[in-house]
Design a protein around this ligand. Structure first.
Ligand code: DGL
Length: 284
């Protein structure tokens, strides 16, 4: 049973009111933690506000209209938190909504698809993309990759079972390995030389995927590259934080305890997680 929040304090009471604005990072769930880990590595001075829209998970089987509504609500909330920039740590949101919302907010919004596509074409010529059903159907990766490098070949595979399995922490479950085999089979048959994680949840599956893929297949994690792009943007706008960062603030729309438990697994510490009800978050 899920109580309203495991964090009983009020973030407004934190003695951090004078610190520089944070970067907002969001995903439907724990997938964005792969981006957060990259931020800790590449941008250790930045303060982060992380939002997991766990009440609406998984995004990958939802319509564009639903995802757009959730993304707008999250960005409005991020605006209220006075973030200086937002990273959509979610391929599904990036593929389906980035172009719609970019002009609606006065802070820069970065998506993962373009940085991922740029990195992929530098790695190989036969590129596989594993993604949520919505991202695969959108063709966002194929389009982005072909625009940069028209002479490569791209195969996209929709992997609807991965996100629920990862959220349930069933990474090493024999069933997960069977499912992964099934999704990778057509890509291995096509002799791909590069595989893009077209969903931020999937790097959590790296040990399983590495086991199943031929050793010459290079793995591209767009999280690494979106954070590199974020660093460039911060420098360009001269808004990089040089002081010590505040502790990462975690908020979810669903169950805070569940997120905190998963956080321990992926972050190495148990995060304090608050529950936030976004206005009008009623599409289900
Ligand atoms: N991690 C997200 C992505 O990159 C969302 C997955 C989902 O909720 O289906 O697409």
């Amino acid at each position: 049973m899920c109580s309203s929040s495991i964090f009983k304090g009020n973030f407004d009471d934190f003695p951090d009111q004078n610190c520089l604005p944070a970067i907002g990072v969001f995903d439907s769930g724990v997938g964005g933690l792969t981006v957060l880990r990259q931020i800790y590595k590449q941008l250790p001075n930045e303060s982060i506000i992380y939002f997991g829209d766990t009440a609406h998970l998984p995004y990958g089987i939802r319509s564009q209209a639903e995802i757009l509504q959730y993304v707008r609500e999250i960005l409005n909330w991020m605006q209220q938190q006075r973030v200086k920039m937002v990273i959509m740590a979610c391929n599904t949101s990036s593929a389906l909504t980035l172009e719609n919302v970019r002009q609606e907010f006065d802070f820069p919004i970065l998506g993962v698809v373009l940085p991922g596509a740029r990195a992929a074409v530098q790695q190989g010529k036969r590129i596989g993309v594993i993604a949520t059903p919505a991202t695969a159907k959108s063709n966002a990766y194929r389009q982005a990759i072909m625009e940069i490098q028209p002479d490569v070949q791209v195969w996209q595979v929709s992997c609807p079972e991965f996100v629920p399995l990862i959220e349930q922490n069933r990474i090493h479950d024999p069933y997960t390995i069977e499912v992964a085999k099934c999704y990778l089979e057509p890509l291995i048959k096509q002799e791909i030389d590069t595989l893009v994680y077209g969903c931020t949840h999937y790097p959590h599956l790296a040990p399983v995927l590495r086991l199943l893929l031929p050793s010459y297949v290079k793995l591209v994690d767009p999280s690494v590259h979106v954070v590199a792009a974020c660093a460039q943007e911060l420098d360009l706008l001269s808004i990089r934080n040089t002081r010590l960062p505040m502790p990462t603030r975690f908020a979810v729309s669903g169950c805070p305890q569940q997120f905190a438990q998963s956080g321990l697994q992926w972050l190495g510490y148990t995060p304090l997680v608050e529950q936030v009800y976004l206005t009008d978050a009623t599409v289900s």
